[in-house]
Design a protein around this ligand. Structure first.
Ligand SMILES: [Zn+2]
Length: 174
């Protein structure tokens, strides 16, 4: 694996699933791994990039250093990322997670069904790394559910949904 050759410890990726996504997305975070769409396999370079992103995200979470985003305060977020997950993701959860990607792709950015608490309280936020590299965040207002997907510019991306804009209410990190 190229990431190992580059010196990465890939042990934090315990689950790696290839599945069907809305075309715009390349990868989606899972509590203990990642799900990758066809776009991630376009070339070895793209695959390396996608896996590296997911790996760094998992390592950040493992270290309690997840990036700050969304409307929640840093303190709340820190509590969330430090929480240890004890249960594997059930199969049915994957479908609910992919439904979130599909909803975001259809322009529904608030009130999405939360895979964890079952309430319609998930909102969509974006962060941008470069012109063709975006993260889409899904955060539940009522529980600690959070999910992140990486890919091209989301169809319904808008600057006021960007983390840097949201960050006016809180702390901004890059
Ligand atoms: Zn929830």
């Amino acid at each position: 694996m190229a990431l190992q050759a580059a010196g990465y410890d890939t042990s934090s990726i315990k689950v790696l699933i290839r599945t069907d996504f809305p075309a715009i997305y390349r990868g989606m975070s899972l509590p203990d791994g990642a799900a990758l769409g066809a776009e991630a396999f376009r070339s070895q370079e793209v695959l390396n990039h996608v896996l590296e992103e997911e790996l760094l995200h998992l390592q950040q979470k493992a270290a309690g250093l997840a990036e700050e985003f969304g409307p929640k305060t840093a303190a709340e977020l820190e509590k969330e990322v430090n929480e240890q997950r004890k249960f594997r993701l059930p199969k049915s959860d994957l479908k609910k997670r992919i439904s979130l990607l599909e909803a975001a792709n259809a322009g529904q950015l608030d009130g999405l069904l939360c895979p964890q608490c079952g309430k319609g309280a998930v909102s969509v936020w974006f962060t941008r790394r470069s012109d063709n590299d975006y993260w889409t965040w899904f955060l539940c207002d009522l529980c600690d559910f959070e999910m992140r997907a990486q890919g091209d510019r989301p169809l319904h991306y808008s600057p006021d949904r960007e983390r840097s804009a949201i960050g006016k209410r809180g702390k901004v990190t890059t």
